[in-house]
Design a protein around this ligand. Structure first.
Ligand SMILES: [Zn+2]
Length: 187
């Protein structure tokens, strides 16, 4: 029994460490937005599942592109499929600093991604901005398409993006939402 547990941990450890390393890099990448005109806590990366090779990283561009669907995950998927010139991302894993909203999780399923690994949870994000609080695992379980959802990974570090002073000031601007619309919602 103990040997079985040990073997399981030895098999899992490289993947867990790889996930943490890639998420840490994504947190740093996302934090770079704090010195731009469009600070966001939502970043996403697409990585080849087997090799761990990075394909691309990006951040939410809802405000920048006047596109309410331009969440980090959807944007990463669009950029990746264009880069690869194919509509399937089978063989790839999506890392995201925040649990995907139902739109982004659906996009991940339609893209055929192997895995989605998230940092902060939707509940974490909902403390600061509007969310559709359906867990990503629930969205993934409702369809015919398969995608492994894992997280939270480095939740504290990812949530730190939401509680950074720059973001706390920005959330205040997002909050009083006049009819004209508020800029950067969710991932
Ligand atoms: Zn989303």
């Amino acid at each position: 029994m103990a040997t079985g547990v040990l073997l399981f941990l030895m098999a899992m450890l490289p993947r867990v460490l790889g996930d943490e390393r890639r998420m840490a890099a994504l947190v740093k990448f996302t934090a770079r937005s704090f010195v731009t005109s469009f600070p966001v806590p939502f970043g996403a990366a697409i990585v080849e599942t087997v090799s761990g090779q990075l394909l691309l990283r990006t951040v939410n561009a809802v405000a920048q592109q006047f596109d309410p669907t331009c969440h980090a995950e959807v944007r990463a998927i669009r950029l990746a499929t264009k880069k690869l010139k194919r509509f399937s991302l089978a063989g790839y894993t999506l890392y995201t600093t925040c649990e995907p909203c139902p739109m982004c999780m659906s996009a991940a399923l339609w893209a055929g991604l192997d895995r989605v690994v998230y940092g902060a949870t939707i509940e974490d994000a909902a403390r600061h901005c509007d969310q559709i609080t359906v867990p990503a695992r629930e969205v993934a379980s409702r369809g015919d398409l398969r995608c492994v959802v894992e997280g939270p990974v480095l939740q504290e570090e990812c949530y730190g993006l939401f509680t950074h002073p720059v973001m706390l000031r920005m959330f205040e601007k997002w909050r009083p939402a006049p009819a004209a619309g508020k800029p950067g919602q969710h991932a």
